[in-house]
Structure formats: C-alpha cells, structure tokens
Design a binder for this molecule. Structure first.
Ligand code: ADP
Ligand code: MG
Length: 510
C-alpha cells in the first residue's frame, strides 16, 4: 500500500485535473465552497482550453476519462449511487462512455504471446486489428488454425498496476472522509471502495470471466432462446480471453432486428425471462446487461457477452426474492411483510402490519397501471426505499440485482414498449416456487396462519446477521478505544491540506 504522501499527491493530481476541467464541484455548490478551494480551482484553470467549458456533464466525464480506467469505473459506480452524489450528478455520470482509443496492435500481440507462451502465428491463422476498445480491455477478431472464428479480449497493458495505485488512493481518501466528516461516516465510503475493489479484481482477471461464461453456459444449456459464447480455454489466460465469435445483430440495432423478421416481442420476453431465471433459479446472473453486451445470433437466440460483472444470490436470497415478486403478483402484502421478518432483514422491533400497509402503498398504484407501464425494477427500487425506513440493512447483492433489473427492463422495453413485465416474469417465478416448494396448494397449506413458510432457508440470514451485529459492536468498541484525540479542528486541517495540494500540483505539473 502506498504511503499517505504518495496518496495525497496522486489525489491532488486528480483534484487538479478535475479543477482544470472545472468539474471539481457541482455548479450549485461552488459558491458555498471554502475560498481556498475556489481560488485553487481558478488557479488550476489558468491556460485550460476554453472549449472544455461546455456542459457540466461533458466536463466531468471528460475529466474522469482523462484520469483513466479506475476513475471511469469509479464514475460508473457513482452513477448508481444518487444517494451519495445527488440525482443530477448521477444522471450526468450515466453518460460516461467506456470507449478509449485502442492500444497498438504490436502491444496486443506481445501480451497474447507472453500470456499463451507461443508466437501469435502459431496460436492463430489470422489475428485482426482491434474492433472494440474500452477502459480495461480491447477485443480483436481472429481465426484459429482449425478454422474457428474467435473473439480475443486482451487486458490493457499496465491496467492492473494503475488500478492498484488508484484504489489505494481512493481507500486513503475514503478513510479520511470517514475520519473527519459526519456525512462521510454515514455514507460508508470505505466499504464502498472495498466493494469497487473486489469487483475490479474479478474484472481484471479474465480467467474469472471465462469461468463465469462457462458456469452460465452450464446453467442455461436448456434455456429457450438464450446462450453464451463458448470459451476456448487453451487460448485463454489471466490477460487474454478467447471465445467463439458471435456473428450476430447488436441488440441496440432494433431496426436491423426488425428487418431480419425477428419476433421482437418474443425477444423482449426472452430478455426478461432469462434474467429472472438466472437470478432466481441459479442464483447467478449477468450484472451488466446493457445493449452493448447483447446480440441476436443467426438462429434468433439472445447471446450475452461480457461476463466481467456478475451477481450471486444465496438460496435464502432467491427464496426471499421469489416470495416478494410472487407476493406482489398476488397482492399478498401481509405475506411479503412477513417474509422480510422471517429472513431477519427487518428487525422484530418493527410492526409487521404497519410494514404490510407500507407495502400495499407501493404495490397497489403500480399494479393498477396499464400493462406497459408496470415496472418490476421500479417496484423493487421503491421497496428498498421503504425497507430502509423500516431499518432493513442494505443488502448489496439485492441492490445489484435491482440495478441490473432497471437496465434489463429498459432493453426489453426497447424491443416491445408494451411488454407486461409481470405477465412475462410470472411463469418463471411461479415455476421456481413450485419446483422448490411443491404445488402451490401445498404451499398455501404450509403457510398456515403466519402467511409464509418460515423455512430454514429464510432463517439462515438472520443467524448470519446476528453474528455480523456482534462483530460490528466489537469493531466499534475497539475503534473507540484506539482512536486518538484530535487536537486540530478538521475543517482547518482540510483547508491547509487542500492549499498544499494545489500549490504542490501546480509546481509538479508545470
Ligand atoms: N464473442 C464475441 N463475438 C463477437 N463480438 C464480440 C465478442 N466478444 C466481444 N465482442 C465485441 O467486443 C465488444 C467489447 O467486448 P466486451 O466483452 O463487452 O468488453 P468490455 O468489457 O470492454 O465491454 C462487444 O461489445 C462486442 O462488440
Ligand atoms: Mg461490454
């Protein structure tokens, strides 16, 4: 891990670039910022290109792109956290493009050779130029000596080292924020950076992506209308992933799909049903289902690429999710409420009837909408807002699912604007509940007066939660014992540090 001075210098460089693009502070807050920050920003902008002073979003996304892969990922991550950076900024960051100029062909071939231990000509019959380049990797089209068309994804040179440096700076900044600011403590940035780090460590090891593809292929081998490209294990390693080339129509090109005479409404159903099947039946889902990662192959199958980000749900989570969705479909709010208590997600000090009432307030208006406007993701979004009011601890795996569902529904709706999400999703949810718990009649019987199964699966998370609580209390106790008293007012220290940072950066980057 880098020392505090290196971290402060790296962050100051980032702060300088953000300030130079006039993107350090949101416009509505720049007037309220301490005078030193305002002056520092003005100094940083001396000599900056004036044509960058366009829209705020343009400036922020440009600055983050300039700062490199980890900042692009950080921006994308923050785009999903309007609670942290405000709805407006989160919206602006959604436009953050993950497209970069490709790195040179010679470098790409050198990485392939060192990763696979043979000259490119021995590995492939032909090896074409880059066809897509993003912040972490780029993709080349190639042909094997057996005549198979393949896609070769190659990590950017040096991306791992740059990422390790940046994440160490983010962690340093997060620790300072938690230490010095009340607001910082509430937002738990240290935990957020740890989450970003875990997800990036997986994304930066293409063997993990290969394994995810292979697991998904196994889980979905009998799924109607869905498949993933086959992994070429012999031509893959940590920095290189070779998969079967998909000669398909991009999902983004709806006109081309229509021209091919495909049934777009059926395709929309496949998008939703595949996602739900993977989440509920397998507990393993593609968590980056945007249009750029979806294709339709010549046989009309939906093909998902890019398994860098995936989500997992435990057996208990899946039962919980299926129960909730089924509860809303059947408008059984008492049952949904009870499921939250049985899973131990909502503390027993809360009142189940009042909770059920709050759930009804979410469910009824949504269920009353015309089919094309009912949104499962909106329902889950509102559900998690309400559960927070009832002191449910945030469940990152369920939040990831809800965020992916927002994207998945968006894709399905571009194919069929009148898609009825409930009707489409219902058979998947019902068949899983039936398979898991026996025929529905039996379920109702087993539900008894409480309205839920109260199964062991749903009780396990509560035990885990208890263990976490004890751990957290111990943690808090230890921190309280060891935290040194702070003789300096934090604001004074922050302003001094910032002044130093601006001056140092100005000197270093001159
Ligand atoms: N197996 C494949 N067949 C055809 N095109 C592919 C394949 N894999 C990747 N691509 C193309 O390369 C692009 C980038 O690949 P992807 O795995 O999504 O990487 P990234 O993580 O950079 O988004 C895809 O959007 C697609 O156009
Ligand atoms: Mg992609």
């Amino acid at each position: 891990m880098a020392n505090p001075v290196t971290n402060a210098l790296r962050l100051s460089k980032a702060g300088f670039i953000l300030a130079r693009y006039d993107a350090l502070l949101p416009p509505d807050q720049s007037a309220k910022a301490p005078w030193l920050v305002r002056i520092g920003s003005k100094i940083a902008q001396i000599g900056a290109e004036k044509n960058l002073q366009g829209g705020q979003h343009n400036r922020l996304t440009l600055a983050l792109s300039k700062l490199g892969p980890s900042y692009i990922k950080l921006g994308q991550f923050l785009a999903t956290r309007p609670d942290v950076i405000g709805a407006k900024r989160a919206f602006e960051l959604k436009a953050l493009q993950d497209k970069l100029p490709p790195f040179p062909q010679a470098e790409a071939e050198a990485i392939v050779e060192s990763e696979l231990g043979k000259p490119v000509s021995q590995l492939f019959k032909t090896f074409g130029p880059s066809i897509a380049a993003a912040s972490i990797a780029q993709v080349h089209k190639a042909e094997t000596h057996e005549g198979k068309q393949v896609a070769v994804k190659i990590l950017r040179p040096d991306v791992e080292r740059r990422f390790a440096n940046d994440i160490s700076s983010f962690a340093f900044a997060a620790r300072q924020a938690e230490r010095w600011s009340q607001e910082g403590k509430r937002l738990r940035p240290v935990a957020a950076v740890a989450m970003l780090e875990t997800s990036m460590v997986h994304e930066l090891d293409l063997r993990m992506e290969a394994a995810a593809l292979s697991e998904m292929a196994q889980n979905s081998k009998d799924d109607p209308g869905f498949r993933v490209p086959e992994v070429q294990w012999a031509l893959s390693n940590k920095r290189v992933l070779t998969t079967e080339w998909i000669d398909g129509t991009p999902m983004a090109d709806v006109e081309a799909l229509r021209t091919r005479g495909l049934d777009l409404s059926l395709l929309g159903d496949t998008v939703i049903q595949s996602f739900l099947r993977h989440a509920i039946r397998d507990g393993f889902f593609h968590a980056d289902m945007h249009q750029g990662n979806l294709f339709v192959d010549p046989a009309g199958n939906l093909v998902a690429l890019d398994f860098g980000i995936t989500g997992r749900l435990s057996e208990g989570d899946r039962l919980f999710l299926a129960e909730i969705l089924y509860g809303f479909i059947t408008r059984n709010y008492r049952r949904i409420a009870q499921v939250h208590f049985d899973a131990g997600y909502v503390p027993e000090t809360e009142d189940v009837e009042t909770f059920a009432q709050a759930l009804r307030a979410i469910g009824e208006p949504i269920m009353g909408l015309p089919a094309g406007e009912i949104s499962m993701s909106r329902l889950l979004t509102q559900l998690f807002e309400v559960t927070e009011q009832f002191n449910m601890q945030a469940q990152p795996q369920l939040l990831l699912l809800q965020k992916t569902m927002v994207v998945t529904e968006g894709v399905a709706r571009t194919l069929n604007p009148n898609l009825n999400i409930w009707k489409t999703g219902e058979p998947v949810v019902r068949s899983w509940i039936e398979r898991k718990l026996g025929p529905l009649g039996k379920i109702e019987q087993a539900l008894g007066s409480a309205g839920t199964l109260g199964s062991l699966a749903l009780r396990v998370p509560r035990l885990v939660d208890e263990a976490h609580k004890v751990h957290r209390k111990l943690d808090a106790f230890v921190t309280a014992q060891s935290a040194p008293a702070n003789p300096w007012p934090p604001r004074f220290l922050a302003i001094c540090a910032l002044a130093l940072v601006v001056i140092a950066t100005r000197l270093v980057l001159r």
